[in-house]
Design a protein around this ligand. Structure first.
Ligand SMILES: [Zn+2]
Length: 391
């Protein structure tokens, strides 16, 4: 990697032309919608605006043909012809309008619009598959088939420094980044349902929540991370992702949140680190080596913005440690760096985060729902504790 890339960053004055707001909380919701619709460049990469449901599992599929064209700078050098040769669009300031920007101890963190949105405030109702819906009405088995999907798709850039992310920024900065995620989440939850309700676009799943907040992180081209500059994805969707429904159903069936249950049932030997308000652990049902879960002990909050200061700091610590461990361990076991982080929020979750390093390929048995995990949880938990103790 060249020295230029190692020290690459975007300076605040290079982003002046993109700065639409320094605080997402100050942007009126209709203004937010307008800024999305008027963003130059997004119109070339809009999703189809429809989803289909696998009638066996309830998993939803969104169709988005233009997303295949997005650039990647995150592929291993020399393996792909279309790689971006290390030029980062974020460090070059060639990105979308910024909606939130806060200084860190060095540089800043900011939130903007995803140029390739899977969720978008479509003005026109997309055509749904009328034939499927008509056949569903006359079938003995009536399952939700297809429908319109809409929402908003944001990106949060952890730091203006290209090489900085959760693993190498101070804890106070990491906590601030988490707080900005919480601020965006709060804004969307408070105001989007009213906006969507006015358009008659609420509750595709007739759940209590008319909208769903998806917070994830993809790092590495193997798991969908197209840019190497550290970032999180935040989306608002009118359609409930399958796993969120799973959490809600777990709560209905068991009378407790999944995080509460997991903290009770998971063997003590599998605890990686206890931060007080939250615990990082290896789940006893680990599917791939080094899967981790960070669970909040307080099972009342359903969303990030409902967490108090010490809980948010514990979450930031957990993210930092889990990602540090992944970055250390994956190369040492001969794996290319690639991982996902998934946030579980909303009814039944109790707030927990899954850290999922791509330590093992998915085979046919796994696709049948029978996973062969090439490690055992006790050994992995012990090794992760050891790695974190010397980092
Ligand atoms: Zn960059």
């Amino acid at each position: 990697m060249s020295k230029d890339i190692m020290t690459a960053r975007i300076e605040r004055n290079q982003l002046t032309h993109l700065l639409q707001s320094e605080d997402i909380e100050d942007v009126p919701f209709d203004e937010l919608v307008r800024l999305f619709r008027e963003e130059e460049g997004l119109s070339d990469y809009l999703p189809e605006g429809i989803y289909a449901t696998d009638p066996r599992t309830g998993e939803k599929v969104i169709f988005h043909s233009t997303r295949a064209n997005r650039p990647h700078d995150n592929k291993p050098v020399g393996t792909m012809a279309d790689q971006n040769q290390g030029s980062c669009p974020i460090c070059q300031g060639t990105t979308t309008g910024i909606l939130d920007l806060k200084p860190l101890s060095e540089g800043f963190t900011f939130i903007n619009k995803n140029l390739f949105p899977a969720f978008y405030p479509l003005e026109v109702e997309a055509d749904i598959e009328a034939e499927i819906e008509a056949k569903n009405k006359t079938s003995k088995t009536r399952r939700k088939g297809t429908g319109n999907i809409f929402g908003f798709h944001f990106l949060q850039w952890t730091s203006s420094y290209h090489e900085r992310d959760w693993h190498n920024i101070p804890l106070t900065d990491a906590t601030l980044v988490m707080k900005r995620l919480a601020a965006l989440e709060k804004k969307l939850l408070a105001e989007a349902p009213v906006y969507l309700g006015d358009l008659g676009k609420t509750g595709a799943d007739q759940h209590d929540n008319p909208v769903y907040i998806l917070i994830t992180k993809n790092y590495g081209h193997l798991v969908g991370g197209s840019l190497s500059h550290g970032h999180q994805q935040i989306a608002l969707s009118n359609v409930m992702p399958k796993r969120m429904g799973d959490n809600a159903r777990f709560f209905e069936e068991n009378g407790q949140t999944f995080s509460h249950y997991l903290l009770h049932i998971n063997p003590t030997e599998l605890i990686i680190k206890d931060y007080g308000p939250a615990v990082l652990l290896t789940p006893y049902f680990m599917r791939r080596p080094y899967d981790m879960i960070l669970a909040l002990k307080n099972s009342s909050p359903q969303f990030l913005h409902q967490l108090n200061e010490s809980e948010l700091e514990a979450v930031a610590q957990g993210w930092r440690d889990a990602i540090r461990a992944i970055l250390d361990i994956m190369p040492s076991i001969g794996r290319e760096l690639a991982y996902n982080v998934v946030t579980h929020n909303g009814p039944g979750a109790g707030i927990y985060f899954e850290f999922l390093p791509y330590t093992q390929e998915t085979g046919g048995f796994e696709l049948l729902g029978l996973t062969i995990c090439q490690a055992n949880p006790k050994e992995v938990a012990r090794h992760t504790r050891e790695v974190l103790s010397i980092l």
